[in-house]
Write a protein that binds this ligand. Structure first.
Ligand code: APR
Length: 249
């Protein structure tokens, strides 16, 4: 059976699904993935050199401007067919969505309880206390970055998890609990290079789950997948839904 129909048939029999998404699921919305070459102004920087506490300490204005550019790119983007297909799959099958993405496209497509392992670019925190900083304060303080209202030496920083920082404990716990309780796990649009997120499919397999990967490229997880769909997410997921309809017919 060809891979799309095989995945559809498996999902139609599944009890509980875990989905792990990465930047690839937002690629067809026009948002550059983490490891694609950065475009334009930011082409000369590597994300790994910007998304770190050290980079922010060294040049807070540069890091703040990079996130402002990404936030603007996201605000102008729309969810794509992959985001909407995942909402439809979750209507048919109890689904836990764990995302590494910091954009809000899953939520804007209607997946409101996505577990955000790496935080959210839409949130702004105090660089010292970690407390949230609201939009009114940011609008009233146009400095780059704005000062924090929570600490005299604090600065506003994006509410994302930087390299070397801890992931939100509750989100991680929920994600691993879902891995222990699913019978199918899907990894979509992730290079599977960053742990602990990349460890979720193997954790699900340790609990007996069947694992499929949707990614045009092979990844370190491809060799252990029960099924690989070398397709773009925005093509694969609508095709799986269409085949799923056929499964019942
Ligand atoms: N559909 C599916 N997959 C795609 C598509 C697409 N249309 N386009 C690209 N991809 C795949 C690429 O082949 C790649 O494997 O998406 C993956 C994107 O990988 P990365 O850019 O590494 O993004 P991601 O896996 O989310 O990175 C994980 O690393 O840098 C940290 O915190 C950051 O959350 C990020 C984490």
């Amino acid at each position: 059976m060809e891979p799309v129909r095989q995945l559809a048939a498996t999902l139609s029999q599944a009890r509980r699904l875990l989905v792990l998404t990465g930047a690839g699921v937002s690629a067809e919305s026009g948002i550059a993935t983490f490891r694609d070459a950065q475009t334009g102004l930011w082409a000369r920087f590597r994300p790994e050199d910007l998304a770190t506490p050290e980079a922010f300490a060294r040049d807070p204005a540069l890091v703040w401007r990079w996130y402002a550019w990404r936030r603007d790119q996201i605000a102008r983007a729309q969810p794509n067919a992959a985001h909407y297909a995942l909402v439809e799959i979750a209507r048919r099958l109890p689904t836990t969505l764990v995302t590494q993405n910091v954009d809000d496209l899953h939520q804007r497509a209607g997946f409101h309880d996505a577990i955000c392992l790496h935080g959210s670019i839409a949130r702004t925190l105090c660089s010292i206390t970690g407390q949230a900083i609201d939009a009114d304060w940011l609008a009233a303080h146009p400095q780059e970055p704005p000062p924090s209202p929570h600490h005299p030496r604090g600065l506003a920083r994006p509410g994302v998890v930087w390299f070397g920082e801890n992931l939100p404990a509750a989100a991680l716990e929920q994600a691993y609990a879902a891995a222990a309780d699913c019978d199918v796990v899907l990894a979509i649009g992730t290079s599977a290079l960053v742990h602990p997120a990349a460890g979720l499919p193997a954790e699900a397999q340790r609990h007996g789950a069947w694992f499929a990967e949707i990614n045009p490229q092979r990844t370190p997880l491809s060799g252990q997948a029960d099924l690989c769909l070398p397709l773009a997410a925005g093509v694969a997921l609508p095709a799986v839904l269409a085949a799923w309809n056929g499964v019942h017919a």
